[in-house]
Design a protein around this ligand. Structure first.
Ligand SMILES: [Zn+2]
Length: 349
C-alpha cells in the first residue's frame, strides 16, 4: 500500500494530512500552525496552533482566535499524528513544527536561525524524513559575519554619532529585530526612544517575562524629545519627519540584505547597513538540510536556485515556489525575496 504523503500543496498553502494542519496559511478551512507572529505568518483561520508567546503576540497584532497553545517540547496528539514544537530562534515564540506519523517524521522550520537570540532558546537541527525549510538567504553570498562583531559595529556606530552630536537612528522591524536591537543597546548603556510599533511589541515582551537589561533605559517616542538618546524606529519611517526632521542624524539599517550586491544603492539614505539578521544564513541553511538526514527537502520562500544547490550536494530537494506569505510587506523575509533584483532606488524602506 503506498504511503500517505506527509505534505500536500493546497490552494490555501502547505498542508500536513496526518495532523490535519495547514502550515502558516493566511486562512484555511481547518486548523493552522502559526510558526511565529510576523505579519506574513499571522492567520485569519478560525483555529490556530502555536506557542504561548506567539499566541499573545498574535492576539496583540491580529486579535484573539481559538488557539491550541502548545509550549515548546510538549507532545500532543493531533489527528493521526503526534506534534511537538521546538525553538526556531527567530523571534520570541517562534517555533519549528515536528509531526510524527506512522509513515515518518516531517519537520517544518518556519523562519529560523541557528545563532543565539536573547529571547529564544537556541534552535537545533531536527532529524526527520521530510523537511520543509525556509531559504530566504539561500545564496552563497549571504554568509553573515559573527553577531558579536556586528553588535560591536552597532555600538561603535552609536558612540561615534553621539560623540559627533548627531542622533543615532537604528532601523529595525517592529517584532524581533527591534527587540534584539534594544536588548543590545540598553545592555551597552544607551538610552533609547522607540517608535510606537516597536514599543508595543517591547511591552508584550516584558509582559511575557522578557524584560530588557539595563543600564540603558527605553521609552516610547515623543516628538522633539529624542535628545541624546538613540532613536530605534521601523525602516518605513526613514523618509518621514520623525527621522528627517532631526537636526543631525546618523542612520544604520539592520538587515541581512546588507550583503546584497546592490545594497549601497538600495539603502543609499543610510550611513551604515549591517547584516544583523533573524534568519539563517546560507551556511546554516545548507547545514540544516544536510544534518536533518531528510530523504526529501522542500524549500519555501527565498530563491528557487537554493533547491538546485542542495541537489548538487546530493540532497533530494524541491522548491515549492511562492505562497501567500511571500506577499508580506514589512518583514525581512519579503524585503527583497524571493527574487532579490530590485532596480536602483526601488525599495522605499
Ligand atoms: Zn519571520
Amino acid at each position: 500500500m503506498p504511503l500517505e504523503p506527509l505534505l500536500q500543496v493546497t490552494p490555501h498553502g502547505l498542508y500536513v494530512p496526518a495532523a490535519d494542519l495547514y502550515l502558516d496559511a493566511r486562512w484555511a478551512p481547518g486548523t493552522v500552525f502559526v510558526s511565529h507572529a510576523h505579519s506574513d505568518h499571522c492567520s485569519k483561520a478560525d483555529r490556530i496552533v502555536c506557542t504561548p508567546e506567539t499566541a499573545a503576540l498574535h492576539a496583540a497584532r491580529r486579535g484573539r482566535r481559538d488557539t491550541l497553545v502548545l509550549p515548546l517540547g510538549e507532545v500532543v496528539r493531533c489527528g493521526n499524528a503526534d506534534i511537538v514544537l521546538h525553538s526556531a530562534g527567530h523571534c520570541l515564540g517562534a517555533a519549528m513544527l515536528e509531526v510524527r506519523t506512522a509513515d515518518g517524521v516531517l519537520v517544518y522550520t518556519g523562519d529560523y536561525k541557528l545563532r543565539p537570540n536573547p529571547f529564544a532558546p537556541l534552535a537545533t537541527i531536527l532529524r526527520c524524513d521530510e523537511l520543509v525549510m525556509e531559504c530566504t538567504f539561500g545564496e552563497p553570498r549571504y554568509v553573515f559575519p559573527p553577531d558579536e562583531l556586528l553588535i560591536g559595529e552597532l555600538v561603535s556606530f552609536v558612540e561615534h554619532a553621539l560623540a559627533d552630536d548627531a542622533t543615532p537612528v537604528v532601523l529595525a522591524y517592529a517584532l524581533g529585530k527591534g527587540q534584539e536591537a534594544l536588548y543590545h543597546l540598553t545592555s551597552h548603556g544607551f538610552d533609547v526612544m522607540l517608535h510606537g510599533a516597536i514599543a508595543n511589541m517591547c511591552r508584550e515582551h516584558v509582559e511575557l517575562g522578557h524584560p530588557f537589561p539595563g543600564p540603558g533605559l527605553w521609552t516610547r517616542y515623543r516628538r522633539g524629545e529624542v535628545g541624546r538618546r538613540v532613536l530605534l524606529t521601523t525602516p518605513s519611517t526613514r523618509k518621514t519627519a520623525m527621522v528627517q526632521g532631526l537636526p543631525k542624524r546618523r542612520i544604520v539599517h539592520l538587515t541581512g540584505w546588507a550583503l546584497h550586491p546592490g545594497a549601497h544603492n538600495i539603502y543609499k539614505g543610510c550611513d551604515l547597513v549591517l547584516p544583523l539578521s533573524d534568519h539563517a544564513d546560507y551556511a546554516e541553511l545548507v547545514r540544516t538540510a544536510r544534518e536533518s538526514g531528510a530523504r526529501k527537502v522542500y524549500t519555501v520562500h527565498g530563491p528557487e536556485s537554493f533547491s538546485g544547490r542542495l541537489r548538487a550536494l546530493g540532497i533530494d530537494a524541491e522548491h515549492l515556489g511562492s505562497h501567500p506569505q511571500d506577499l508580506c510587506e514589512d518583514e525581512e523575509t519579503a524585503e527583497l525575496a524571493p527574487a532579490p533584483a530590485p532596480a536602483q532606488g526601488s525599495l522605499d524602506l
